[in-house]
Ligand binder design. Sequence first.
Ligand code: 3HC
Length: 298
Amino acid sequence: MQIKKVGVVGCGLMGHGIVQVAAQGGCNVICLEAEQAFLDKGLARIEKSVEKLAQKAVEKGKASEADAKAAAAATLGRIRGTTNKADLADCDLVVEAIVEDLGVKKALFAELGSIVKKQGIFASNTSSFPIGEMAEASGRPERFVGLHFFNPVQLMRLVEVVRTDATDDEVFAAARSFGEACGKSPVSCKDTPGFVVNRLLVPFMVQALSMLERGDATKEDIDTAMQFGCGHPMGPITLTDYVGLDTTLYILEGWCERYPDEPAFAIPALLREKVKAGKLGRKSGEGFFKWDGDKKVG
Ligand code: 3HC
């Protein structure tokens, strides 16, 4: 079972990165967005990232300028955008990367179940929702996996490949191979809350925000402590900005609803306040820190 044509639903923070790595891995990719304006924004972001990576490859002596340019053009040539779901009909794999709302995701998969060819595999990039529930909604639970990428998708080397009790072995193997084709190291996970990374990472971020809320240390010192004390590439407060405060809150709200007695999932009031104020982190220009694009500026 070889995956050659990939559909990605959503061209936002995660979706645009998935489109890009799949195209870099040689797949033809069709990206579906609800509106042309969102599509244009995502595709422009991909172009910028592909150019940046090409420039880096030349600087590091990994490719000549001509080869890097040709590879970048080939990647971009494999990507097409659409606002019409019917265009996903002949995809071998469709990866969903839309808003973290289980109801919306289930409705999407139910619709895709009647559009995409029967052999097509479905995957969700959800951070935290049960894969099994979406698999049931799609009407093809045996052809359904989780493919959880990490932000920024272009640079992070991991993909979690999540299977449910219903996932077909061949489908699971094909999903892992796709992850490898995208340049990632896949790990296999069961369908548990947060899989491996987020089950460890999100409670860690919650603890850092709770420390800040209590005034135990400044945001700068909490970050510096974990960077220099534990060798993390960025501290937990910056990382929350990077992931998105709204995304972090959605993850926690979903877990709190399902596991109300789990103290590790308790939501810091500070997080709710910031999201209510529209301070969503890097994507909105301000969260716990101020951002100018990818750069932290205050
Ligand atoms: N495409 C292309 N290039 C990019 C890029 C992208 N998307 N993003 C950054 N770059 C470039 C930068 O512009 C920079 O270029 P330069 O050297 O010319 O300035 C280069 O890559 C390296 O970036 P940095 O200078 O910021 O260098 P770092 O070595 O710090 O690497 C990082 C950046 C990989 C993001 C690193 O800080 C890191 O690993 N941070 C932790 C990220 C993390 O933990 N992610 C997981 C979040 S959890 C998640 O996603 C799950 C979800 O479900 C919540």
